[in-house]
Each structure stands twice: as structure tokens, then as C-alpha cells.
Write a protein that binds this ligand. Structure first.
Ligand code: AGP
Length: 606
């Protein structure tokens, strides 16, 4: 999603702005630009596509200055074209903006009526034009910004640079993150704390309604009316992107291989040395609940579907699972003994955040599971359980998903114990089983030959179908999503039993069908569905244990043999080959695995 980077320093800033944009690039973008105050005054460079295009342009027509703003844009209003790239500017002011100005159509009409012409199709361009309009009426820069902010509806993080105020930056936040970092050289700002770590000793997260006025040695924060707001700079604890790819070809592959360590960290955090569970888990009021309502988007929502199976079966707690963009606009009844659980890697996904606010407003108790613990969801929910995945750079979520699963399984076990659905001894046995996951994951990740060979057969396909029953169904959803995201192959996922109600019409010898069939009570049912696919010529790739593979041998084209394990932890382990399969298919296709087209790491717009 869009990223802001800016600085007001005592040294030349261009390369720092480009470094900052590079640090933001993992979020996904389709154009980029910078504006700064050079000897000639306010100047900018913008380019469509990858950052190399912008740096190439800067080589041809360099820009130098000590104060500047920069932006990576992920298209919402208007195509990914140079004229829509930020910063947007007039002769007087340049602005970079994250978020959406909801009343832009009305503002645009008003500005056009005053004689202002628009260069872009964006909502963002209304901001510098409105500021300029107020400057033309004789206001100071600060007054012009304040009056503009008062007119904007929607969410925004803004940085602004004025031509005749060359040593200052203005920044404002309403609904979209913006962080200020400080060092001896001055101040840097970014929408992502991680982009500031190597430039700052201390940071300050701007709050909604904050307006900052910054020179290289002075920071003043007020509200939008100019009343002083006290904000404290604190040491930065952000983790860098964990020392690059560390020899892996892509962040996604590195993150897949980090999963054993991530699960170990999760267990180390939530299971204390004396064998008891972390107070954050134990103190949750799970026994008083009549229902749990889980809300999330994308991969995080599939973790929620897995949790529904666990919670209902092991803890006896009824669970609803909702896609956040649907939930936020439904009139959901909120029974008093229900808790709403929000799952998010970023903690900033606009739909999930809006759903959280919707539930809070409705009086629901809220719990969030987030990987970015200084995110909006973390601070706005009643309770928060951190995910211990570390920074995830690959746009396709992998280690955050299994961290979500491990944390949700612990939550299930705590709920089951407090609902007296399991004894203390059973709880201990389940925790022992959970403790075997890192080792089993390690073993699996060391045997990838079959998966690579399967990927080689699969990468020329135009479609794929993923099937699973019971708790394997959400894994099918996640496997299909991974394949779609990074290989651009169309993939559908169905509960295996649903196949005959329509999707079976698509099965022929050109359709690869990935069937996730762990051993258990539903295996024989899935086997029947597998035979239905076989009878129609589908190309079957089966994931099961050796016994399952043997039983289906006559009908299977490719077998991915999974180790023996307790049914409790199957979702954590069966996910890995699906991630690797998607990865290798994309590798053979030659797509941009870490930054797939059209996608953003954190979707901060509706
Ligand atoms: C997963 O690979 C995705 N890129 C996407 O579906 C993601 O899970 C979704 O946007 C939710 O993000 P969040 O977990 O940060 O809220």
C-alpha cells in the first residue's frame, strides 16, 4: 500500500529518501516520487513502475536539498501513471498523502469553480490545491494547512513542503499511520516505523488529529486548531527486515523456512518455564462466552476458519467467522456474552480495523491477534495477543499464518480447559503435542524434491482446484490463495463434498486438483471425492500420510507424503507444502514473488 517517507535534516537528503522508499517497497506500489527544496526552490521527480525508474530519472536530472518528501503509490483513484504519482504539487506546496479523501469529488468541483486545474485523477491532489487556494486568500502556511485539514473527510497521513518555507515540513495524521524519527541529523517521517530504524534513535507515533511542524532541530505538535499536544519520543524497538534475505532467493522463501523458529518463539512466549500458560492467555474471560465472532481478511481469515473447527470441536464454543469487509456493513446482533476476535498480521488492514471499531461501538468485548504490536488494532482493542512471527516482508503471508494458527490453538486449549471440556492432563498432553511442531516443520522443510517436481508440472496450468474436508478445507483456501497471489494462476478452493454441486463441471485432464486429505474420520469421505475427480480425468496431487497415499495410489498422479502426527497439529504442518508448491510454481513462471502485481502487503484502504 502507499508509503510516505520524508526528512528535514542538516545534510543532503536525496539518497536517504530513496533508501526510505526502498524500505517501504515491500508494502507494494506501482509508482514513486520525491519532492524537495533545491537551490531552485520546490522541485519534484516522479516515475511509474519500480523504484529503479525513479533512481534512473534522478541520475539524468539530479535533485539536491536537505528537506524533502517521498512516496510510493499503490493505485486507488486513477491508474498507475506518472501524472497520478505523488507528491502532488502547485508552485507553492508539495504534498504526499496516504489514505482516501472521501469528499474529494465535492472539493474538486469547488476548486475547479475557483479556477484550479487538476493534473491527476487522484483524490490526493485536492490537498495541495486546497492549501494553495487558502494561501492565495492571504493565509500563512500553517493557517492554510489547518483550514485544509478542517475540510478533509476520510483517512489521511500527509506530509507537506512549502516553497517559501524551505527549512520546514508539516505533517498531519487522521486514521493512517505516521511516525516521526529523530537523530542528530534531524527528523525523518514515515508511514512505517520499520523504514525509520536505521535513521533514528527515538520515535514518536503521531496520533489522530495531530499536526506536526518540523525543522531539523525543532518539533512542535498541535491539534488541527493549533493547540499544543504533548508527545514523547521513545527509543525505537522496531525490528529491521531481519538482515535481508540471508541467502534465500526471496523473502517469501526465507519466511517459509523461518516457521519452525516462529512456532518455537510462540511456544516460548505463551508457555512459561514452570509449564503454566502466559497470564495474557489465562486471564481471558473465555469461560463466560456463549459465542466467539472471528473477523479478518485474506489469509488471516483462513486462520480464523481453522480456529472455528478447533474451538467448536475441542472447546465446545460456537464460532462465527466473518470477512471484515462484509461484517462492517452488516447489522450484526451483539449478544452480551459474545467476544469479537480480530486477526491481522499488520494490525492496519482498513476493513478489519473498521470492523473492530464497529464491534467496539456495539459494546462487544474485543480481542485482537496482531503481528505488528504498535498497530492501530493493537491499541484499539480491549485485549491483544501478539503474534511472534517477526517482520513479514513477502506480500504473500506465510509465517504470520502459522503463527496465527499456533496462537489460536493455544487460545482454543485455554478455552477448552476453562470450559472444562478437557482435563489438566489432556491440556498438558496437547501442549506436548504442540511442542513437536518446530521439529516436524524442520524435517518437512528439508524434503522438498517432490514439491519442486510437482511445481514443474503445474506451472504451465491455467487453473487449479484445491479440495479439503473439515479442517483441511481452510487449508485448501489458503493453498489456493497463495498460488493465485504469486503465480497468477487461477485457483479455486472447495470443501471436497461440495465438488459435485457444481465445480465438478470444470474437471478434465487439464485441471490439476490438489487434495488435502490428512488421516482421520473424514479421510474415506475425501477419498470418494478423489475418485470422482479421477473418473473425470482430473490430474490429482494428493497430500496425506503414507497409509493414505497407499490407499489412493490407483487414482493419484502425484503424492506428497506427509509425516505421521497428532490430528491436533495437522493444519500447522499441512500448510507448509502448500506454501512451497505456490512458491516453486511462481519461481518456474518467473513472477515477482515478493511483490506480486497489484498486491499490497497491508491493505489500508477500503
Ligand atoms: C495473504 O497472503 C495476503 N497478502 C492477504 O490476504 C492478507 O492476509 C490480508 O490482506 C490481511 O492482512 P492482515 O493480516 O495484515 O490484516
Amino acid at each position: 500500500m502507499c508509503g510516505i517517507y520524508a526528512g528535514v535534516t542538516n545534510h543532503s537528503i536525496t539518497t536517504h529518501l530513496i533508501d526510505g522508499l526502498n524500505a517501504l517497497s515491500y508494502r507494494g506500489y506501482d509508482s514513486a516520487g520525491i519532492a524537495l527544496i533545491s537551490k531552485q526552490g520546490l522541485e519534484r521527480r516522479r516515475a511509474k513502475g519500480k523504484l529503479d525508474n525513479l533512481t534512473g530519472l534522478l541520475k539524468q536530472t539530479p535533485l539536491e536539498g536537505k528537506v524533502g518528501i517521498a512516496h510510493t503509490r499503490w493505485a486507488t483513484h486513477g491508474k498507475p501513471e506518472c501524472r497520478n504519482a505523488h507528491p502532488h504539487m502547485t508552485l507553492e506546496v508539495a504534498v504526499a498523502h496516504n489514505g482516501i479523501i472521501e469528499n474529494y469529488a465535492e472539493l474538486r468541483k469547488e476548486l475547479e469553480a475557483c479556477g484550479f486545474g487538476f493534473e491527476s485523477e487522484t483524490d490526493s491532489e485536492t490537498i495541495p490545491l486546497l492549501i494553495t487556494c487558502y494561501l492565495h486568500k492571504g493565509m500563512t502556511q500553517c493557517e492554510a494547512i489547518q483550514n485544509t485539514l478542517a475540510r478533509l473527510e476520510g483517512s489521511f497521513a500527509i506530509v507537506a513542503l512549502f516553497d517559501n518555507c524551505p527549512d520546514q515540513l508539516f505533517a498531519a495524521r487522521q486514521g493512517s499511520p505516521l511516525v516521526i524519527g529523530h537523530s542528530d541529523a534531524g527528523f525523518y517521517l514515515s508511514s512505517d516505523e520499520n523504514a525509520l530504524i536505521d535513521k533514528s534513535d527515538a520515535i514518536c507515533h503521531m496520533q489522530d488529529g495531530d499536526l506536526a511542524r518540523i525543522t531539523h532541530n525543532r518539533l512542535i505538535i498541535t491539534d488541527f486548531e493549533g493547540n499544543i499536544r504533548k508527545r514523547v519520543m521513545t527509543p525505537s524497538y522496531a525490528i529491521s527486515e531481519e538482515q535481508g534475505k540471508q541467502g534465500y532467493r526471496h523473502y517469501m522463501l526465507k519466511e517459509i523456512y523461518q516457521q519452525p523458529a516462529v512456532i518455537q518463539q510462540t511456544l516460548d512466549h505463551y508457555l512459561q518455564e514452570d509449564g503454566t500458560l502466559h497470564p495474557d492467555l489465562k486471564s481471558l474471560p473465555m469461560e463466560s462466552l456463549c459465542r466467539l465472532s472471528i473477523v479478518a481478511c485474506g489469509t488471516s481469515s483462513y486462520a480464523g476458519v481453522v480456529a472455528k473447527y478447533w474451538m467448536e470441536e475441542i472447546a465446545g464454543l460456537p464460532v462465527d467467522i466473518d470477512i471484515a469487509s462484509e461484517y462492517r456493513y452488516r447489522n450484526t446482533p451483539y449478544p452480551p456474552q459474545q467476544m469479537a476476535l480480530f486477526i491481522s498480521q499488520s494490525g492496519e488492514t482498513a476493513d478489519t480495523l473498521a470492523a473492530l471499531r464497529h464491534a467496539s461501538k456495539g459494546g462487544q468485548q474485543t480481542l485482537s491477534l496482531v503481528n505488528v504490536t504498535n498497530s492501530s488494532m493493537a491499541s484499539e482493542s480491549d485485549r491483544m495477543l501478539p503474534l511472534l512471527a517477526g517482520q513479514e516482508i513477502g506480500v504473500a503471508s506465510t509465517k504470520a499464518f502459522t503463527a496465527q494458527l499456533a496462537t489460536l490453538l493455544l487460545l482454543t486449549l485455554v478455552t477448552a480447559r476453562s470450559n472444562r471440556q478437557i482435563t489438566q492432563l489432556q491440556l498438558q498432553q496437547h501442549l506436548n503435542t504442540l511442542n513437536t511442531v518446530p521439529r516436524l516443520m524442520d524435517d518437512l522443510l528439508n524434503q522438498t524434491d517432490t514439491i519442486r517436481n510437482t511445481a514443474q508440472q503445474l506451472y504451465r496450468s491455467e487453473h487449479a482446484t484445491y479440495l479439503g474436508r473439515g479442517i483441511a478445507y481452510p487449508l485448501a483456501l489458503e493453498g489456493a490463495l497463495k498460488l493465485k497471489e504469486i503465480s497468477y494462476i487461477h485457483a479455486q478452493a472447495y470443501p471436497a463434498g461440495e465438488l459435485k454441486h457444481g465445480p465438478i463441471a470444470l474437471i478434465d485432464e487439464r485441471m490439476p486438483v490438489i487434495i488435502i486429505a490428512p488421516p482421520g474420520p473424514l479421510f474415506s469421505k475425501t477419498l470418494s471425492n478423489l475418485r470422482e475427480v479421477h473418473a473425470r480425468g482430473g490430474n490429482i496431487i494428493l497430500l496425506s500420510n503414507q497409509a493414505g497415499i497407499d490407499q489412493a495410489a490407483d487414482f493419484t498422479d502425484t503424492a506428497i507424503v506427509m509425516p505421521e502426527m497428532d490430528a491436533l497439529i495437522q493444519p500447522l504442518l499441512y500448510t507448509l507444502p502448500l506454501q512451497l508448491l505456490a512458491y516453486y510454481v511462481a519461481l518456474y513462471k518467473g513472477t515477482d514473488i515478493d511483490q506480486p502485481r497489484n498486491l499490497a502487503k497491508s491493505v489500508t484502504v477500503e
